[in-house]
Design a protein around this ligand. Sequence first.
Ligand SMILES: C[S@@+](CC[C@H](N)C(=O)[O-])C[C@H]1O[C@@H](n2cnc3c(N)ncnc32)[C@H](O)[C@@H]1O
Length: 238
Amino acid sequence: MSTDPFISSAIEITDEEMRAIQDAIMKRYGIDFFNYEPKSFKRRLQRIYRKFNFTSSFDLWSRTLKDKDFVHDFINEVSVGLTSLFRDPEFWHTFKGVCKENFSDQYRINIWHAGCSSGEEIYTSAIVWDDLGFTGKVKSIATDISSNALKTAESGKIIQAKLPEYERNLKLYNQSARLDKYFAEGKDEIIFKPKFLEKVTFKNSNLIMEEYGENQYDIIFCRNVLIYFDGQCQGKSD
Ligand SMILES: C[S@@+](CC[C@H](N)C(=O)[O-])C[C@H]1O[C@@H](n2cnc3c(N)ncnc32)[C@H](O)[C@@H]1O
């Protein structure tokens, strides 16, 4: 039984219904969701049914075709934005070591955060580059299909409630690192200092439809994103 209040186990969605909805989104908005992993896509659809009180796939299908603004709600619900500052602290510790060996502050470093969610991965990377003393040389592009997530990422805002977890992760990455070097106190939140986001460009885009420029980036982050796609689509990124 799901613990997510928006997922009802009572609503069954067949493969045909799922494909009809994907087809409607593609025809109406040109957005490709065909390569999402079916089980996880159906779970997201169930969440949408509950949240918007749809009683059948037909309701969702016709709303998709009739209401052009609904697509934004749809995308924001389908994309799951779970993230964290220094998610997997050990990874970041290793990442720092690898970057120290392979890059130098003499050259520009181009990074793509594909599926950046609400920004914590970008902030983490910026802290690591600052730690390495390479800050001025790093230029990043951060993309996500969810415009809500991107807005949050660009604002640099993190709610206070997440602070204990983020502080713990930061210490696991580097015992002597201090959060207040990078974050300022806001009213109900803390804010990633804008100077660390100066060289980040934010862009709304669907990874499935994106063209990959060869050798354009030194590092591409796509952590916890490809898991949403089916095997065929994951293979396209090789
Ligand atoms: C679980 S979060 C991962 C965030 C971050 N990379 C991390 O590891 O902490 C997945 C992100 O992928 C985005 N996403 C899902 N499908 C996408 C697509 N087709 N194109 C671009 N972003 C997508 C979601 O909106 C969400 O913000």
